[in-house]
Design a protein. Structure first.
Length: 253
């Protein structure tokens, strides 16, 4: 059973689901490089030496959403341990970027009560519709769907205590623009959790373009304009690492 689901996982992460950018990549954009010779599981667009992966979207018949909700995901990824590692507190505002059908959002929602809320951000309306259905069935009222774009989260400046991206960042077609927008949404002292499949570990059964090394995450998140500082990397999960950054306080004038 486990092997069959691992095979499904690998297959799904190799499928070129048709979620394209609102604005096509431009060869003249100095931040990005377009290469004809590239990994077939990537989009041929490179950022700071890393190829951006194809997005795993809602998919035909919702199969992408069904994969996110698969029964064996807890066994494979230890989501409860992930949530525990985030040090959630009552009253926090948490943004789940690339929330999909809301699996992670739902797991966090109860942990931040009373007074807290999850802003579940996604660019796919089908995912947000499914998320609404799921939270309604579960009678969860503190998860708010938010429609973002390929370059923006639609979050208010300095409104969020924690941003989490679970197997999402490596698929962002405009990672620089998105991370700049995300950093602006964080309160001073707010945190970002990059949850990515470990590229350092050849035994993690995921296509290479869907993995990221800790070093690469640090390289991309440490650009000075983001105002982020690496705090720690948590390695308790079977396949992923949790790379945590904190928003630096604004300097006194």
């Amino acid at each position: 059973m486990f092997t069959r689901h691992v095979g499904l996982l690998i297959a799904l992460l190799s499928m070129p689901f048709a979620l394209r950018a609102d604005e096509p990549a431009k060869p003249g954009d100095s931040r990005y490089e377009i290469r004809k010779d590239h990994d077939p599981n990537g989009i041929g667009k490179f950022y700071l030496g890393r190829e951006i992966a194809h997005v795993m979207g809602f998919g035909p018949g919702g199969q992408g959403a069904e994969w996110l909700e698969r029964a064996v995901r807890e066994k494979e990824e230890k989501l409860t341990l992930l949530i525990k590692s985030l040090d959630l507190k009552p009253g926090m505002v948490v943004a789940d970027i690339g929330a999909g059908s809301g699996v992670i959002s739902v797991l966090m929602a109860e942990k931040i009560l009373p007074g807290g809320k999850v802003l579940a951000v996604d660019v796919q309306q089908e995912m947000l519709d499914r998320l609404r259905e799921n939270t309604k069935k579960l009678k969860i009222t503190n998860v708010e769907p938010v429609k973002g774009t390929q370059k923006t989260t639609a979050l208010k400046p300095e409104s969020v205590d924690l941003v989490i991206m679970v197997d999402v960042y490596h698929e962002l077609e405009f990672p620089y623009e998105m991370l700049l927008d995300i950093s602006k949404s964080l309160k001073p002292g707010g945190r970002i959790a990059f949850v990515e499949y470990r590229k350092e570990d050849p035994d993690v059964p995921i296509k290479l373009v869907h993995k990221m090394t800790e070093e690469q995450v640090k390289k991309e998140a440490s650009l000075p304009e983001f105002g982020l500082k690496w705090t720690k990397t948590i390695g308790v999960l079977p396949w992923q690492h949790i790379v945590l950054f904190e928003k630096r306080p604004k300097p006194d004038r």
